[in-house]
Write a protein of this length. Structure first.
Length: 375
């Protein structure tokens, strides 16, 4: 089988989608599947230069203009990039977003079926509408555009059932689908910490409002107000809110306890050194950071949002508090090593059953063959 992976995200983008398709390409190659990756970086040079001019004009206008540019640029760029490979033989297009998948499908003469992995947290229209405050006529047109894109796709991989339920109103009436959670293939030894060390808490993610690292800083401040000082928080990642959160840390007097590590090529290596991972995102589909924490046996606490509850045993990991005071009280209970051990053990059993990397890969390849033979 020869698979074309298509995405608008470049390999250097700080996204879990990139982690997914890079790992997928390596895994498929090891299984003897032919793999070729095409991203927006493969857009022909002349067209890329023309798009750069248009980008300066439209993105500067913001809102609907920004969205219009992105949809137009990524779709046409991927179409032309794949068009250059139209004489090659592919059995399947594995798309990481609908516009890239349909652009590749059209570029290959509508001959090669699409399997689409749905990485979006809710659905792409809702996410764009929320980010750019879209409404009225343009929002209706954007919805129609995505329904048009999805109309070409019959085979779907959802990384949580939540993502399927939130996006199904945009999808064709009849589809074939698989729920395959993100998995990782990490072979690492858990770092053993000395009991005298402070409790190390980690968090991984793009530093922005959605990932909500501010909440973890506020929890740290609440713990200190209660006289609990034997802890440190490691924030691993970078993003537009980093400077603001660094200032917040200083204003709260947490400079010695909160450390910003910036973007890391292998964040799990730092997570493996910590005692507790806390995921504070306001919405997430199937975050790699939680799955990587499981892989290195670091116990996880997380806000029960989006697809996150599907990754955690019901009574072992989901945070129940609704404010900083309540959440700080929950976190405080895990300063007890026995509580952390119990949490880690329950999550390990759960992850072994639900997040087995080799089984997920075998299920995906089987889905490839079914999709290719039924198209």
């Amino acid at each position: 089988m020869n698979v074309l992976i298509v995405t608008f995200l470049a390999a250097t983008s700080p996204s879990g989608v990139v982690t997914y398709y890079k790992s997928l390409a390596d895994d498929l190659a090891r299984e003897g599947v032919g793999v070729h990756v095409v991203s927006a970086t493969n857009t022909p040079y002349v067209w890329r230069k023309m798009l750069a001019v248009l980008k300066r004009i439209l993105r500067s206008l913001g809102g609907a203009y920004h969205v219009f540019y992105d949809e137009f640029a990524y779709f046409t760029g991927l179409y032309l990039a794949v068009r250059n490979r139209r004489h090659e033989s592919f059995d399947l297009i594995h798309a990481q977003d609908p516009r890239s998948g349909v652009a590749a499908y059209l570029a290959l003469g509508k001959r090669v079926p699409i399997v689409l992995t749905c990485h979006f947290n809710d659905d792409p229209v809702t996410e764009l509408a929320t980010t750019y405050s879209l409404k009225g006529w343009f929002l209706k047109k954007l919805t129609a555009w995505y329904k048009y894109l999805f109309s070409y796709v019959r085979h779907y991989v959802f990384v949580s059932n939540y993502a399927y339920e939130k996006s199904r109103h945009l999808l064709p009436a009849t589809i074939s689908k698989q729920i395959l959670y993100n998995t990782v293939n990490i072979k690492a030894n858990r770092v053993t910490r000395r009991p005298s060390d402070p409790l190390l808490i980690s968090n991984v993610g793009y530093i922005d409002e959605r990932k909500n690292q501010k909440l973890l800083i506020q929890i740290g401040h609440e713990l200190r107000k209660r006289g609990i000082t034997n802890f440190a928080i490691w924030l691993i990642g970078d993003g537009p809110k980093r400077s603001e959160y660094e200032q917040l840390v200083e204003s709260l007097g947490l400079g010695e306890q909160v450390k910003f590590y910036g973007r890391q090529a292998a964040p799990w290596q730092l997570v493996a050194q910590t005692d507790l991972y806390i995921h504070t995102a306001l919405n997430d589909n199937c975050p790699y950071s939680i799955i990587e924490a499981f892989a290195v046996k670091t116990p996880v606490l997380a806000l029960p949002v989006g697809g996150v509850p599907e990754l955690l045993p019901q009574s072992h990991g989901p945070l129940q508090g609704t404010d900083v005071v309540g959440l700080a009280s929950e976190v405080a209970t895990y300063f007890d090593p026995a509580a952390r051990t119990q949490l880690a053990n329950a999550q390990s059993v759960f992850a072994d059953l639900k997040l087995n990397h080799q089984k997920a890969l075998a299920d995906l390849i089987s889905f490839y063959h079914q999709s290719a033979s039924n198209s």
